[in-house]
Write a protein that binds this ligand. Structure first.
Ligand code: ADP
Ligand code: MG
Length: 270
């Protein structure tokens, strides 16, 4: 069996791509599935969210993509979480320019992930906030589609046509399996009417793709990264944790048609 590979993309920054990739990954891993998280953002947010300082690493995704190092040499294993990480570093900022001169430059990530794909059930790729070569690599590597986080705010869908165009082009030229596997509504604020309007609009636009689970705005979700923790370990009883757990169950139900057992959160750990 090879992993189902998904990428989390939206060229807008701050829509919760990283928060969703990390915390959905944590709950899918907690349900017993083997998960690899791949950080393709030079800002390394997913890497630091898992408590890893990119400056202490001897090899990262940069070395894999540009220097041809083996993925295993760059993997950071977090057995505690059943979640491995292919970390990023600031070097990646220059990678797009260096990749441009390489053969099959859009497929570098796909080829690298193929070497470890049989060791995982899921590979989640966290993308940078752009539509550059790193994002194209993620879309090309995604065997099971792209998941688009959308923030519940004014003009939520604005600019999404750019991403949809890129997805279409990648499907035509590089990855004919590429589908929109899901749309996640994030940072929902129940106190505003606007939130509900965005939910309705996104559901109209993506009726099949939009997950029913809506991620609320929750301060614990924004605190967890500064403690180097996922929401599952930082505040498992919080509304944000409950939402990502529900999203993981809905995701697994959609993908596998199976009910996912989750560990019982205990207040002592929050
Ligand atoms: P992206 O990866 O799309 O740039 P992030 O996942 O880094 O977005 O999220 C942007 C910021 O919003 C981060 O500071 C994150 O902690 C915060 N955040 C994300 N989701 C939520 C939420 N549901 N409630 C509150 N803060 C959130
Ligand atoms: Mg991010």
């Amino acid at each position: 069996m090879t992993a189902r590979i998904y990428c989390f993309a939206n060229q807008k920054g701050g829509v919760a791509k990283t928060t969703t990739a990390v915390n959905l990954g944590a709950y899918v891993a907690a349900s017993g599935r083997r998960v690899l998280l791949v950080d393709t953002d030079p800002q390394s947010n997913a890497t630091t969210c898992l408590g890893i300082n990119p400056r202490t690493l001897s090899a990262t995704l940069y070395d894999v993509l540009i220097e041809g190092r083996a993925v295993q040499e760059a993997l950071t294993l977090t057995e505690r979480l059943n979640l491995d990480l292919l970390p990023s570093s600031t070097d990646l900022a220059g990678a797009e320019v260096e990749m441009a001169g390489l053969l099959a430059r859009e497929r570098l990530l796909a080829r690298s992930l193929a070497t470890v794909s049989d060791k995982y059930d899921y590979i989640f790729i966290d993308e940078p906030p752009s539509l550059g070569l790193l994002t194209i690599n993620g879309l090309t590597a995604a065997t099971h589609g792209v998941i688009i986080p959308v923030q519940c705010e004014y003009l939520a869908l604005e600019g999404l046509s750019l991403l949809l165009n890129t997805v279409r082009q990648v499907r035509e030229i590089l990855n004919d399996r590429l589908v929109i596997a899901g749309v996640v509504l994030t940072m929902y604020d129940a106190r505003t009417n606007l939130g509900q309007e965005v939910v309705d609009e996104v559901n109209r636009f993506f009726p099949k793709e939009t997950f029913q689970t809506i991620i609320p705005r929750n301060v614990r979700l924004s605190e967890a990264p500064s403690h180097g923790q996922t929401i599952l370990s930082y505040a498992p009883m919080s509304a944000g944790a409950m939402a990502y757990q529900a999203l993981a169950q809905e995701f697994i139900q959609r993908v596998e048609g199976a009910h996912a057992r989750m560990p019982q959160p205990s207040p002592a750990r929050s």
